[in-house]
Design a protein around this ligand. Structure first.
Ligand code: AMP
Length: 361
């Protein structure tokens, strides 16, 4: 398929801040954006068009898809039936298989393991008996995670001792789950990879990520990851992207266990979309993750991912956003506010990137 010329319409499922930043990037390339969402969101403010409808309404999704040239999404919990309804009308990029894998932790672990890539030991948990057995196999500490709809540390409970098992199952609402062995990592990193229609890939410098209360707090580049390990991380992301015949930006979150470990890197999870740990690319790279995603799904050449400056991205969660005036006054700080009406606790309201001269080539 040839590239979608400027003036084409990119359909985005979801109206959050990721959709908003994708829409801004699309506008820069002369593309239009038509958002489909079940609720008003910050992407509406910057999109050419929006449609409000249920993600379960496959007829409405199909009608929307007929009005766009290509479909993409900004969240991984798009119902597979919605993706199929859209795919019957227009190309969906990344494809439905990426959604299927990313929205179920069990399928995701099995998929990553099937590629021969390292993951934490895991087991399927559908009952108390499953959990008792899995705890014997995997040991403690361990994490019980719901298979679906877990994000930002939600839907997961740490099990310190086998006696915590029943309470842990209650805490995740007895939903289908997996038990995951605890990885004693040094730190967390992520690969933000872009793959085009022809299978070419580029990836950004790998940030080190910190979390507070399960939510990403900061992403910093350069990371202290040894360069030989960084190359391995990129290879892991390329394997995953290749196996999914992926198009667009793919994020792969990894635990760095230690350079001398048998498996220095362990895959935690993937996100089939632009990612919070790649937001610093807006201010530190000539072409950011959002533009590269729009380029890839439009069938355009993807652009180099070179970084011009060092960067620390910090999320503004809840009331943090009230510091906007001080942040706006700092000349080394790039401020991004998502335009959400209400600063609820735990809600991602914006982020800022502190930039400084580049220290590593
Ligand atoms: P997740 O929602 O799976 O990304 O988990 C949220 C955070 O919990 C991760 O960023 C890690 O800090 C921590 N975590 C998740 N899984 C494990 C694990 N198997 N071992 C140690 N820490 C974990």
């Amino acid at each position: 398929m040839s590239a979608l010329a400027p003036g084409s319409v990119i359909g985005i499922l979801g109206s959050g801040q990721l959709g908003r930043m994708l829409a801004v990037a699309a506008a820069q390339l002369g593309q239009q954006v038509h958002i489909y969402s079940d609720a008003t969101g910050p992407a509406f403010d910057v999109a050419s068009r929006h449609t409000v409808g249920s993600y379960e309404d496959t007829k409405a999704i199909a009608a929307w898809a007929r009005e766009v040239d290509v479909v993409t999404y900004e969240f991984e919990n798009v119902p597979l039936a919605a993706a199929a309804a859209a795919a019957a009308e227009k190309p969906v990029r990344p494809g439905a298989r990426a959604l299927e894998v990313a929205q179920d932790r069990l399928v995701e672990k099995q998929f990553v393991a099937s590629l021969g890539l390292p993951v934490a030991p895991f087991a399927t948990i559908d009952s108390d008996a499953d959990l008792t057995h899995a705890l014997q196999q995997i040991g403690t500490p361990a994490l019980l995670k719901t298979r679906r709809f877990g994000y930002d540390g939600k839907g997961q409970v740490r099990i310190a001792a086998p006696s915590d098992a029943a309470t842990a199952l209650d805490q995740v609402g007895r939903a289908p789950a997996i038990l995951e062995g605890f990885v004693d990592f040094e730190y967390e990193v992520s690969v933000i990879l872009v793959r085009d229609l022809g299978g070419n890939t580029v990836s950004y410098d790998i940030p080190i990520n910190t979390h507070v209360d399960g939510i990403l707090a900061t992403s910093t580049v350069p990371s202290p990851l040894p360069s030989s390990i960084a190359s391995k991380a990129v290879e892991i992301a390329e394997r995953i992207a290749g196996a999914l015949d992926y198009v667009g930006v793919l994020a792969v979150e990894l635990f760095f266990v230690g350079a001398d470990a048998e498996a220095p890197l362990v895959v935690n999870e993937m996100a089939p979309r632009v990612h919070n740990s790649g937001h610093w690319t807006l201010d530190a790279c000539p072409v950011c993750q959002f533009e590269n995603h729009i380029r890839a799904v439009s069938g355009w050449p993807i652009a180099p991912t070179d970084r011009s400056v060092d960067a620390v991205m910090t999320n503004l969660i809840g009331a943090d956003v009230n510091d906007w005036q001080a942040l706006a006054a700092d000349s080394d700080t790039c401020l991004h506010v998502y335009g959400k009406r209400e600063a609820r606790p735990g809600r991602k309201m914006g982020h800022f990137t502190s930039v400084s001269p580049k220290t590593q080539s």
